[in-house]
Design a protein around this ligand. Sequence first.
Ligand code: HEC
Ligand code: HEC
Ligand code: HEC
Ligand code: HEC
Ligand code: HEC
Length: 426
Amino acid sequence: MLVGYYVYQNQREVPLEEVFPGKHWVRPIENLPNLKAVGAPTAKNCGNCHTEIYEEWKLSTHANALSDLQFQSELAKPSSPKWICLNCHIPIQNQRETIITALQGGDYFKPIEIPNPNFNPEMKEEAITCATCHVRVDANTKESYVIGGRGGTSPPHPTQIKKEFLENRCNDCHNETYTLNQSLVCSFQTGTELQSSESKQTCVSCHMPEVKRSFVKASLHRPIRNSHRHGFVGGGVPKTFALYKDQIRLGYKPGLVLTGIQVEKDQMILHIQNQFADHYVTSGDPERFYRLTLHGFDSTGKTLFSREMKIGQEWEWSPNAKKISDNRIPRKGEFEWSIDRKGDLTSIVQYRFQAVHVRLKNETSDYMMLTAENVAEPYQNKVKNIKTFYPHSSIVIESFFDAYGKIQKETSLEELYKRNAERAGE
Ligand code: HEC
Ligand code: HEC
Ligand code: HEC
Ligand code: HEC
Ligand code: HEC
């Protein structure tokens, strides 16, 4: 009897919702039929008319969420429940070879899959494509329609206006905390961080800056309106070196500002404020951090003094995932970096402060290279050489000041981004 029950439990096809109640990422967005006046709801097709928006989106992290080398590397780990990862990184059923109908015995490592007749390989590569946010199926007509935020426009495709839906869509993926098993934790709390600050802004206000232009290519003769950049720039560390040149144009600016330098007898205090991000800095992926460095030089340029500080979270991943520390800076919050000045510093004539936003540690990419044989083609070879393909960090602030704390020079963001495109590693 008991054995029979055990076998039954292990073979039983358990509905996805029973294992993960209330989680939108348990299923992809349903298959989207072709859209009137557009065809298959691919970004490429949208781009036939929405040319500039398409070009911006192509440069975004969203468009790169499947080809991202770090994603491919983590996806290849035996401990990754791949279908769950894909439900956020390629979230539409048309992008998937198979449909998952249930979990065998309720085990998330045993999805039951059937072929998907509507699989669109081109759309798969588009990852977080336009339709992720903009296309759904009308429950009555069973036809695809476009979701817009403006209204009063004259599109050739069926359109419904739901501004709030579009604005709130970000939180579905950027505000999820879930412990799947002891070592696998999803911890993105950018939405909650924003909500619990006093901010009146939305993700769109900062990550999709407004720009006056036609929504479509000029040959369609539509009016100039308030449009939004679709580059979705975040922490300023893009996915390829070639993307550095577009970060500032698409809206990048660091959240942190060096607001003051106090020089005292035995210590120096650097005041750093989160002025521009209405969530914590850093936010999102728990492995990101800021590295602050201070160097003191003599008149020949020799380094006589150096100090380092980290702003971010510290997690322990095994045996159990656990947050150990967190000194991130909330909206408008100030961080005081106190630095002891012991020793003979009389010959220091200049100090250099740098803030480096780190997305990937050297240690982690070393490990990725070692385990690259598990990675799917065509990414395997790139992961083997990840150091040459993948920006790990960006210098986002650089200031020089004298021994009294008086600022002499601040390097412009443009200059830093030229340099970032040429440097590599953490
Ligand atoms: C054949 C050309 C064409 C294609 C293809 C096309 N659109 Fe449009 N779209 C338009 C035009 C024209 C407008 C209206 C512009 C205006 O009046 O300023 C529009 C408007 C929109 C709007 C704004 C509606 C509003 O009022 O808020 C959104 C959003 C949109 N399209 C998304 C998409 C998406 C997503 C795709 C691909 C799935 C797509 N479009 C494909 C031509 C097109
Ligand atoms: C379907 C899930 C999903 C939705 C919806 C979504 N995102 Fe993302 N977003 C992602 C993923 C996944 C990444 C990271 C991809 C990677 O790094 O490979 C990302 C990356 C980003 C980044 C880049 C972070 C960085 O520093 O590189 C920004 C900024 C961002 N999203 C903003 C938004 C905004 C604003 C919205 C709402 C308008 C939104 N996202 C909606 C999944 C989503
Ligand atoms: C992560 C979600 C997301 C993705 C992906 C996305 N958009 Fe948008 N889109 C938005 C939001 C949010 C708005 C602004 C809504 C508002 O407040 O008016 C918007 C606005 C628009 C508009 C109206 C004009 C404007 O600029 O405000 C068009 C047209 C549009 N998107 C087309 C596209 C196309 C084409 C793609 C793919 C190439 C795309 N979007 C990808 C979220 C997204
Ligand atoms: C007031 C402007 C503002 C608002 C509102 C805002 N952000 Fe940001 N966000 C920023 C800035 C500035 C940065 C760059 C911070 C840095 O690295 O110094 C950033 C960085 C990010 C990053 C990269 C994480 C990191 O540490 O670099 C993600 C992801 C992100 N934002 C998502 C969101 C989402 C999702 C929302 C809405 C829930 C949102 N942001 C609301 C300004 C904003
Ligand atoms: C709830 C939606 C969701 C799920 C499920 C999810 N991700 Fe993500 N992932 C995101 C978002 C949102 C980001 C962007 C966060 C940021 O940029 O700070 C992201 C970013 C990433 C990144 C890039 C981190 C960086 O700093 O560049 C990797 C790698 C990644 N995810 C791997 C995975 C893997 C592997 C899985 C499955 C075990 C997974 N994700 C499941 C939403 C999700």
